[in-house]
Design a protein around this ligand. Structure first.
Ligand SMILES: Nc1ncnc2c1ncn2[C@@H]1O[C@H](COP(=O)(O)OP(=O)(O)OP(=O)(O)O)[C@@H](O)[C@H]1O
Ligand SMILES: [Mg+2]
Length: 247
């Protein structure tokens, strides 16, 4: 099987001794879109930070498209894995939006008109082209999230990893991001508390709970199991009913 992402027996404790992951195993096939669900503190962000080597495994392995995440492979890994952080302020640090979006490809050697074209295209896709000359810290949270997504799209990554991409987006921006994600032919691994978003975008979901994978299956099946959801503090929004399968 051709995996975009393979995590084996990953355990991690923070320097203060807090054990966040207790032996996580999962595999995501090429082109799959998979949601990672789970309550606050489950270890989702900790797991995601291992996928491009911001954190390195205390125990176990992470492999991206056959390349193990290690110190000596970080450069390659970071070009392949596009990580959109939970907090856009962890991602944006340049004086202007344009500079932030150009940073990754410029670092990878893209220059001149090609760079300009890619930056414009990425900003246009997230509806932020008109903000290109603004400082990121003068934007609203949702606008910064959209720029953060552009900084990753511009790299044309092999796998997109998004930590709560729909949080703080207005309904139209949330839908537009869904359209972008659906239009890309990349593997998507998406952490979300937005269960309808997982259902809409990801055929398959995993539940991470207490630092281990507690469930792995079709999103529709997991969300239709009230006992499973309750056991992991997951709740569908008020009045939400799982729509009938499209034929
Ligand atoms: N820098 C840190 N130092 C020590 N413990 C941490 C640190 N960051 C997170 N933790 C702990 O690790 C565990 C997992 O946290 P993590 O941020 O991965 O959860 P999460 O599933 O992303 O939660 P949320 O849904 O709230 O974003 C929690 O118990 C948290 O308190
Ligand atoms: Mg988190």
């Amino acid at each position: 099987m051709n995996y975009s992402l393979e995590v084996k027996d990953l355990a991690y404790a923070y320097p203060d001794g807090t054990q966040a992951l207790f032996g996580v195993g999962l595999a995501v096939g090429r082109g799959e879109r998979v949601a990672l669900l789970g309550p606050n503190g489950a270890g989702k962000t900790t797991l995601v930070m291992h996928l491009n080597g911001i954190l390195t495994a205390g125990h176990g392995t992470v492999t991206v498209a056959g390349t193990p995440v290690r110190k000596d492979t970080l450069k390659e890994i970071r070009q392949r894995v596009g990580l959109v952080f939970q907090d856009p302020d962890d991602q944006l640090f340049m004086p202007t939006v344009r500079d932030d979006v150009a940073f990754g490809p410029a670092n990878a050697g893209v220059r001149g008109e090609e760079l300009e074209r890619r930056v414009k295209n990425a900003l246009d896709r997230v509806g932020m082209l008109e903000f290109a000359d603004r400082p990121p810290h003068h934007l609203s949270f949702g606008q910064r999230r959209r720029v953060a997504v552009a900084t990753v799209l511009v790299m044309e990554p092999e796998i997109l990893v998004l930590d709560e991409p729909s949080s703080n987006l207005d309904p139209a921006a949330r839908r537009e991001l869904a359209e972008i994600l659906r239009s890309l032919e990349v593997t998507v691994f998406m952490v979300t508390h937005d269960l309808p978003y997982a259902l809409e975008l990801c055929e398959r979901s995993l539940i991470l709970s207490g630092g281990v994978i507690a469930a792995d299956g079709p999103t529709r099946t997991l969300l239709a199991d009230p006992d499973l959801l309750a056991a992991h503090r997951l709740e569908l929004p008020y009045g939400f009913a799982i729509p009938a399968e499209r034929g």
